[in-house]
Structures are given as C-alpha cells and as structure tokens.
Design a protein around this ligand. Structure first.
Ligand SMILES: Nc1ncnc2c1ncn2[C@@H]1O[C@H](COP(=O)(O)OP(=O)(O)O)[C@@H](O)[C@H]1O
Ligand SMILES: O=P(O)(O)O[C@H]1O[C@H](CO)[C@@H](O[C@H]2O[C@H](CO)[C@@H](O)[C@H](O)[C@H]2O)[C@H](O)[C@H]1O
Length: 463
C-alpha cells in the first residue's frame, strides 16, 4: 500500500458520501490518476483519482478530487479538507486535500469545459460539452454542504457541477435521464460532463455532470417540513391540509416527467416472470437489511406477504426508466413550479440495476414515503404525544392523497387502482431506508422503522 493509499484509507470512511461505513477497509488501490489542473511548482494542483476499496469481499470505486500544495501552505479554510502530507507517492512532499473545497481549483475546473482540449490533459479523461454550448467561466465553485451522496459545486448563478463520488463503470443515469429530459421545464438543463476510460471497460464512465443552476429554488424537503412544523406548533387554521396544494402540483409534474421519459427512452410491460423476480429481489433486500437491523424481524412476515401479493398481481404493469430515488429532497420549487433533480437512482445500487426499466409507481411510492418521513422526522424529538402524532400522521395522509390525485390528473397510472403494487414498493423503499439510516443517520432509524410497523399493522389491501 502506498503512503497516499494509506492516507486515503483513513480519510475515506469519514466522508459523508463513503458508502461502506462501519466496515474496515481491507484493500485499497489507486486505480487511475490523472492531472486536471496544474498551476506551477508552488501553486495548487488537482488530480482526479479513481480509488478502489475492498471491504469484506465487496469492491467499490470512489472518485477523489485530490488537491495538492507545498507542505505548510494549506490556507486555514482548507484545513478541514486535509487528507494528510504525502511524502513518497507524490514526488516532492505535498499536503494533499479534498480539492472540492478549494474555490481556486474548482474555478479552474470549470475553465477546462471551455477549453476541453487544453494541453496536459490525458486522453483518458475528457471534458464534454453539448453542441453549441458556450461555457461562462470566471466563477469559483462553491461546494454545497447538505447531506449529499455526491459532491456538487455551484458556479455563481450559472452552473452546478455534480461530481459523482461512488463510481460504477459506464454512463451515470443522472446524465442519461437529464439528457432525455433536455428542454423539459421540469428538469435542469445539462450542459456538459466529464468522462474517463476506466481500465478494462470499453464504455466511458461519467465522473461529473454540468447542469444549469436553478436560481431561487426552494428545497422540497425544507418546504414540506416547514409546513408540517407549522402544523405541530399549532399555526394556521387549515392545518392538516398545509402543503396539500403543492403536493398535488408535484404529483402532476411527476406524471409529466414520467411521460416524457417514456416518450424518449425504451418502455415495456412487466411479465409475470419479471414480477416474480422483482418480488424475489425485494425479499433479498429485506433479508440483507434484517441481518443488520434486527428490529425488522418482527414485521418481516407482513412485509413478505405484501411482496407475495405483488408477485401475484395479474394486471399488466407498464415499465420504463424512472427517477429511482424519488423523495422530497430531490425536488425544488421555483416561481414557475416543481423541478426534479438527481436522477441517479439509489446511490448504493449497482448502475446496471438502476438502469433497468421499472414501474413509475416506484417513484410514486418513494414520494409517499417522503411525506411519512417529513411527519416522522418532526416527531423524533416528541415521543409519546398521541395528539401530536395524530396531527402529523393526518398531515402526511393528506399530502399523500393530494400527490396521488395530482399524479393521476397529470396522466400517470392512478395509484388508487394499484394498491398492492404500491404497498410492496413502499415496503421495499422503507426497507432500503432502514439500511440507509442505520449506516448514515442512526438517530433517524426509527422514522422508517415506525412506518414499517404502522403499515404492517394495517389490513392487507383487497385483492
Ligand atoms: N441544477 C441545480 N440548481 C440548483 N440547485 C441544485 C441543482 N442541482 C442540485 N442542486 C442542489 O443540490 C442538492 C443536491 O443535489 P443532488 O443532485 O440531489 O445530489 P446528491 O445525489 O449528492 O444528493 C439539491 O437538493 C439542490 O438543493
Ligand atoms: O443522497 P440522495 O438524495 O441521493 O438520497 C439518499 O439520502 C436521502 C437523505 O438525504 C435518503 O432519503 C431519506 O431521507 C429523506 C429526508 O432526509 C426523505 O425525504 C426520504 O423520503 C428518505 O428516503 C435517500 O433514501 C437516500 O438514497
């Protein structure tokens, strides 16, 4: 193991976007390293590394934007981004750090889009822009600090560069689906991307996507939880319906996006064998989550029964490309309406699975879970307050109903007519969330667990 690999092995598990938390890194290897920016011997430099880790037989790839400066010259605002001092593998000793925090380097990164064939860039990493796109440079890239699975850099009011942290060989679905939606008022316009040839793969792998910045965009999760909080604090008169108009509008927008995706990309109908396989995959996901979170065990029989009902549904289920990880944090409200972001799918799932055609009702289920989440999240600090709990659950129910109504009005399959499908998808999403929370935000674990308990206690949907 090189010294730089040792430093990375200690640093990676502390990153929000590292998906293998809690499991020791047994192997680590820098699979490729390419220089993106150099500014002279004493200035900062930026290399893109593809780092391969091995944890209990599970191999993952991560993208690290490695900044380097002479030792002792790291400005104080970059101290929190430090990875360490590399003496051997870096030629001269260098302080190495996460370059996403370095506005000087990220600004130069944007310039690479304007000069895609700039000297010094290896042919194995390419900056691509869409035909006719003229990139406006000159702004530094400010890193977004939210709870992200990736790292996004905002350039003034112009662009967002989303750098994908966990890499899967091949095109990233976020880029693929945003390209398919190009021109839609419900998605941010893609302007370019960075791609690399990974050793052993013929198809280029997407490292980052450049999109137009959506100004004055209010985060859906923030808006919804503000509505729910106002309800819990007793503000307003029509408290239970707070946000319901927005939920209905979001439902309509979601249906329109699904229709655009179905128009631009392949579609199909799920065969009975396909439904059986899907149900089996859900059973396996439940087993994996149950092995890590024992509290799931008591609900497993009811959840399995819902999966069995799903496998036996005899109506033809249209399938297509979908968002795949749809929740309130993936939508923003502008003056004109809702815009959908982050079409990457569930970040821990292999890209090959995320690119499979799926029922758009999976996205509906994701958003319905999110309304439960908003209510459940606000109850976290208030245990044993039945009145509050009733009000929060009523808020979620109203918004769920409004979203479904809007979705059907917008031309999507009517969720009320597919209750068994929806129930299975909601359980599957909640099981995913249990694992996600156990690994990333243990304080939130009770939110999906309580939803599973409540849904498992509800009577089965009529067949
Ligand atoms: N094009 C954009 N314009 C404005 N804000 C954006 C844009 N893209 C992303 N964001 C902001 O960045 C956040 C994270 O982006 P997202 O694509 O969901 O990343 P991740 O996959 O890391 O969660 C979004 O919730 C939104 O607040
Ligand atoms: O990082 P991503 O946005 O791609 O998605 C991951 O993180 C989400 C949390 O940041 C997680 O979403 C879960 O929490 C949300 C509230 O923070 C809630 O709205 C969602 O309904 C709930 O699933 C998402 O599951 C995960 O993939």
């Amino acid at each position: 193991m090189s010294q730089l690999e040792e430093l990375l092995a200690a640093w990676l598990p502390r990153q929000r976007w590292f998906s293998g938390k809690g499991i020791p890194i047994q192997q680590i290897r820098i699979e490729s390293r390419h220089t993106l920016v150099t500014t002279g011997p004493d200035g900062p430099g930026l290399d893109v590394l593809v780092v391969r880790t091995g944890q209990r037989g599970r191999s993952s790839r991560y993208q690290v934007l490695l900044g380097s400066r002479p030792p002792g010259s790291l400005p104080p605002d970059l101290a929190r981004a430090a990875i360490g001092v590399c003496r051997a593998a870096c030629g001269r000793p260098k302080a190495v750090y996460d370059a996403a925090h370095d506005a000087q380097l990220t600004g130069l990164l944007l310039e690479r889009f304007a000069l895609p064939a700039a000297p010094g860039l290896s042919g194995q990493v390419r900056f691509r822009t869409l035909p006719g796109e003229r990139i406006r440079t000159g702004s530094p890239g400010r890193m977004l600090t939210g709870e992200q699975s990736n790292t996004s850099l905002v350039f003034g009011q112009d662009y967002v560069l989303k750098t994908f942290r966990r890499l899967w060989p091949g095109p990233n679905p976020d880029l693929e689906l945003n390209m398919a939606l190009s021109g839609s008022p419900y998605a941010a316009r893609p302007c370019g991307w960075i791609e690399a040839d990974l050793p052993g793969y013929a198809t280029p792998t997407t490292l980052a996507m450049l999109q137009t910045f959506i100004p004055q965009a209010a985060d859906g999760w923030v808006l919804a939880t503000a509505g729910a909080r106002a309800l819990l604090e007793g503000a307003g008169t029509d408290r239970e319906s707070a946000f319901a108009g927005e939920a209905a509008r979001l439902g309509r927008t979601t249906a329109r996006v699904h229709r655009s995706l179905a128009g631009a990309l392949p579609t199909d109908v799920l065969s009975p064998a396909g439904a059986g396989e899907l149900a089996q995959a859900m059973v396996e996901r439940l087993a994996t989550a149950g092995a890590e979170v024992p509290e799931l065990a008591e609900h497993a029989p009811r959840v399995m029964a819902a999966y069995a009902d799903f496998a036996e549904v005899d109506e033809p289920l249209p399938i297509q490309r979908i968002h795949g990880d749809y929740h309130l944090g993936q939508v923003v409200r502008t003056g004109e309406g809702w815009v959908l972001l982050d079409f990457e799918g569930e970040p821990t799932m292999p890209v090959r699975d995320r690119r499979r055609l799926s029922s758009p009702l999976r996205d509906v289920a994701g958003m319905l879970r999110s309304f439960d989440y908003a209510a459940g999240f606000l109850l976290v600090g208030h245990p044993d307050d039945p009145e509050l709990e009733w009000a929060a659950r009523a808020w979620a129910r109203n918004n769920r109903e409004a979203f479904c109504r809007g979705y059907a009005d917008g031309g999507g399959p009517d969720p009320d007519k597919h209750l068994a499908v929806l129930r299975a998808f909601e359980f599957d999403k909640a099981v995913y969330e249990v694992l996600y929370e156990a690994r990333n935000r243990p304080n939130w674990l009770r939110v999906p667990l309580e939803s599973i308990a409540a849904a498992a206690a509800a009577p089965p949907v009529p067949g």
